[in-house]
Design a binder for this molecule. Structure first.
Ligand code: GLU
Length: 315
């Protein structure tokens, strides 16, 4: 029996597009090729941006493509006890502190950051060394967020596709948010607590999260949990050079489903974006036989509208 456990962890903030589904497909192929288990986790901590309708939609998308999952899907908004426990473990070691700053970055912390450029400047440590008098004074006016004290020095890891990666979290990001001031766990904390609690051995996701991995490795370390292997795939970009976003209707799978496009045509296109085919229709079984990490592209794939239209048979 294989011990491989992979997962797909979408945020239900919109209809999934073909770029999201390519990550789901690759995660599924990696897990199934290893005879492993594949879990689904709904990352809905950012209540303002997530909608239950999108959870139903994304499950339908996955089923329609034949991407099944094992075990009951986890819903992050129902797992706050786990995140509080993780936070308490960090607190006991003095690795976190309350932060009263009002930066936009705190509000955004419940969502995964799509690359460092979206994250704003390094946190300068404004609240890192408040005296207890200052702490009680500030606590009178507002509830604090909680930050993890980034450890200095480079964090190194070897990505299964991209190779060696290093980042000095303290120098680049600074102390980072693990809980927002409304009590919601941050993406960085929740993803680690959940992957550790569910015994995930392999994380495959878009390379917009590559720069989050060193933070997550610091949390694994602090929580004394074993980190999974990571594989970050270059994203699918539109012809404008920007990564596909959920608002882009043309690439929403639900749209293609409604138009009566066959799943094999979509799989054929996703396979072509993954070095596994020429764009002609494919079945999941064929892709499972063809799957190899070496075949995956190491630079962003461009989704050309003309190719999409041809591949999925739209006119
Ligand atoms: N929920 C995150 C996103 O949709 C992905 C989290 C992860 O795979 O670590 O961007």
């Amino acid at each position: 029996m294989s011990t491989f456990r992979g997962r797909f962890a979408p945020s239900p903030t919109g209809r999934m597009h073909l770029g999201n589904l390519r990550s789901a497909l690759l995660g599924w192929l990696q897990a199934r090729a290893a005879n492993g288990r594949f879990l689904l986790r709904i990352e809905d901590l950012d209540r303002a941006r997530c909608k239950p309708q999108y959870v139903d939609d994304l499950m339908q998308d996955l089923r329609w493509l034949g991407l099944d999952w094992d075990e009951t899907p986890l819903i992050q908004s129902q797992r706050d006890d786990l995140y509080r426990e993780a936070l308490a473990t960090l607190e006991q070691q003095g690795l976190v502190y309350p932060c009263f700053c009002t930066r936009a970055e705190i509000a955004r912390a419940a969502s995964a950051p799509h690359g460092l450029s979206e994250e704003g400047p390094r946190y300068p440590g404004t609240c890192a060394h408040l005296t207890s008098a200052q702490l009680s004074e500030r606590a009178k006016t507002r509830a604090p967020a909680i930050r993890f004290r980034a450890r200095p020095g480079e964090v190194h890891f070897i990505d299964a596709l991209m190779g060696p990666y290093a980042q000095d979290v303290d120098a680049v990001v600074g102390d980072f948010v693990v809980r927002r001031n409304d009590g919601v766990a941050s993406y960085q904390l929740a993803v680690v607590a959940d992957d550790a609690a569910t015994g995930i051995t392999h994380v495959l996701r878009g390379d917009d999260l590559l720069s989050s991995t060193p933070r997550q490795l610091q949390l694994y370390d602090a929580l004394a949990k074993r980190a999974p292997d990571f594989l970050h795939v270059p994203l699918v970009h539109g012809e404008d050079g920007k990564r596909l976003a959920k608002r882009e209707g043309a690439f929403a799978l639900a749209e293609l489903r409604e138009r009566g496009v066959a799943p094999e045509r979509v799989l054929g296109l996703l396979a072509a974006w993954s070095g596994l085919g020429d764009g002609t229709p494919r079945t999941l079984d064929e892709l499972l036989r063809a799957f190899s990490i070496e075949a995956l592209p190491r630079s962003p794939v461009v989704a050309r509208e003309a190719v999409l239209i041809e591949a999925v048979g739209l006119r």
